[in-house]
Ligand binder design. Sequence first.
Ligand SMILES: [Zn+2]
Length: 295
Amino acid sequence: MGNIPCQWLSTNKIQLTRLVIQITTADMKSPNWLKGYIESLDIQPMGRYRSDCPVCGKPNTFSVTDDGLQRLWYCFHADCNVSGRTGVTLSRQHASRVFSGLQADTPVPRTSNTYEVPNTFVSLSRNLDAELYVRSVHAYDAYIAGRADIRYDFRTGRVVYLVKHEGKVVDAVGRSINGKGAKWYRYGNSTCPFISSNGKRVACVVEDAASACSISNLVTGVALLGTNLLDGHNEYLSNYQKIFVALDKDATDKALDMVKILCRKVPTRLMVLDRDLKNMTNEERDELIRSHIDR
Ligand SMILES: [Zn+2]
């Protein structure tokens, strides 16, 4: 009977240790998604990692240290100061190779006409909801065929379409798939359209990135990312042989104005949409596009 208090003591010690770990891992400043993000980083045991802060976005202020049992993170920026630890439950089998291209201590240089892709943008395959969303709006074929660079933003819960110009990423636009925040979010401040191209010299102007992807098997989809034609769009579109403007039905007046402007440089026609391109079946959409471009 003499060993009962000892057992009681050791059981309580384990419970107490668990409690302490729970308290120390429940970091007060870090957002909920951060722990999973830290665990997914490609860091060797006992290794260190330095990058832009995924929370405040400040360059090269975010540090992660792996002590062999768990990972500790910290942002050095005074206005941010997120910090925390993963706790010892880190399962290495979940560690992904997605970030293997990112080298610690080597920030990507930022220039005025490029957009530095945050390391919270991960492969679409990392999130099932993101992949299902991309399939549902008929953008998946464009993604698989390399006509669009689509990612998932771990931090904001958005499907992100990378906006490129002459092969360089200049901006990104994200669609919320968790119902939080605005439906669409523009990450950078470029005036470039989002383009999903099959290399054809016939462009079709649409409102959003998913619609541009959905038609890119037959034409070059050019998304205004809104309903306004900006100077940047105008300039870009002047390189095409033929343009169709296919805005949603409620924006037909705007579409007609656009046709008038674009017509000055390139033969341009209106494509009337009874339904959203994203809601058509592949056959319906192909038939609609072909009926215009073959004319
Ligand atoms: Zn920070």
